[in-house]
Design a protein around this ligand. Structure first.
Ligand code: ZN
Ligand code: ZN
Ligand code: ZN
Length: 259
């Protein structure tokens, strides 16, 4: 049976966990599941390898998970924890001697262009130091890359329009605090849902744990994993109080689904 594999390369909030200079229980924990890099997802099908976001920990993640090729990158939004590794795309350019296709909505692409202007324009001098990209603005609800069909899920992250995605019966919804009805319709019958749940307290742009649980209750996926986790959530203690079939994700967890 052919499968598609989804690996969470990072599951931490924008600051990562441990947080610099913090002495809280989670930040000094020796549990490996309390060490969280910034959020990113790797999708591997028989014919494609697709990365979701170039996190601030992109280089470390590529080395740790021994990623040798990326066919395309999809950006969920332009917050720096999701784009900060962009310049290191160059490594794949060097190895494969070709540009990488990148996909984002209009707002995200505009901001990528603003932050990494040197990669979007003709360089003043060619020294090999500039990421080579083919940028594509996403207009449709679906993206086909080689053998993968990716359904794009429109969501809100505060005021920002961001993208989640669904591939077969797996959905990845990082950085959101509102999912409109038409997007919820596309998330029925999931085997695995990965969803933003920053902490217990409310936040203006992220779901907290109880809000994520409300969405889970509505969608009823077989299993759900919370991500984009802040240091207020210690792994073991939090898992102990979650309902059955809801788990706290951790770096490196992966899911293989029939394809
Ligand atoms: Zn984020
Ligand atoms: Zn802390
Ligand atoms: Zn964000």
């Amino acid at each position: 049976m052919q499968t598609v594999k989804f690996t969470l390369l990072g599951t931490g909030t924008s600051s990562g966990v441990p947080l610099i200079a913090c002495n809280c229980d989670t930040c000094i924990s020796t549990d490996i599941k309390d060490k969280r890099l910034r959020c990113s997802l790797l999708i591997e099908s028989p014919k494609s390898t697709i990365l979701v976001d170039t996190s601030l920990d992109f280089r470390q993640q590529m080395l740790l998970y021994q990623v040798k090729n990326i066919d395309a990158i999809i950006f969920t939004h332009h917050h720096f924890d999701h784009i900060g590794g962009f310049d290191d795309i160059r490594a794949f350019n060097f190895i494969n001697n070709k540009p990488i296709d990148i996909y984002a909505n209009q707002t995200t692409m505009k901001n990528l262009n603003r932050v990494y202007e040197y990669a979007f324009s003709t360089p003043e001098q060619m020294g090999g130091g500039v990421p080579m990209i083919n940028p594509y603005i996403i207009h449709n609800d679906e993206l086909v890359i080689n053998d993968l069909v990716i359904q794009l899920i429109k969501m809100k992250h505060g005021k920002l329009d961001v993208l989640g995605l669904r591939v077969v019966d797996f959905a990845y919804l990082t950085d959101t605090n509102y999912i409109p009805d038409e997007s919820l319709q596309k998330l029925m019958g999931l085997e695995v849902l990965v969803i933003d749940a920053l902490r217990f307290d409310q936040h203006p742009t992220h779901f907290n744990v109880s809000q994520a649980l409300e969405v889970i209750d509505l969608l009823k996926p077989n299993k759900s994993y919370l991500t984009h986790i802040a240091h207020q959530l210690k792994h073991k203690e939090t898992e102990n109080i979650l309902p059955p079939n809801v788990f706290l994700s951790f770096d490196g967890i992966n899911f293989e689904l029939p394809f």
